[in-house]
Design a protein around this ligand. Structure first.
Ligand SMILES: [Zn+2]
Ligand SMILES: [Zn+2]
Length: 80
């Protein structure tokens, strides 16, 4: 199974980092491009670093709004 690279803001995944950072991310609060999620992509569960909510994958976690995220982005953000 080929390794995938995930965006920490939206959970989109790509075959290479170059592809990932070359695409616009509609959930990135302070830039336009996807930002690499640098934690393990093999986790069974991802936890929001702001509020502790968890979900089975990054896309699902970042697809929900976060009650404690004050960084401009109102969605959950996965802890590493
Ligand atoms: Zn993204
Ligand atoms: Zn959260």
């Amino acid at each position: 199974m080929a390794e995938k690279y995930y965006c920490k803001y939206c959970g989109s995944h790509y075959d290479s980092i170059a592809q990932l950072v070359g695409q616009n991310c509609y959930k990135n609060p302070d830039g336009k491009r996807h930002v690499l999620y640098e934690g393990s992509t093999q986790k069974k569960e991802y936890v929001c670093k702001h509020c502790g909510a968890h979900a089975g994958n990054i896309a699902r976690l970042t697809g929900l709004t976060c009650p404690k995220n004050r960084n401009g982005n109102k969605h959950h953000e996965p802890a590493l």
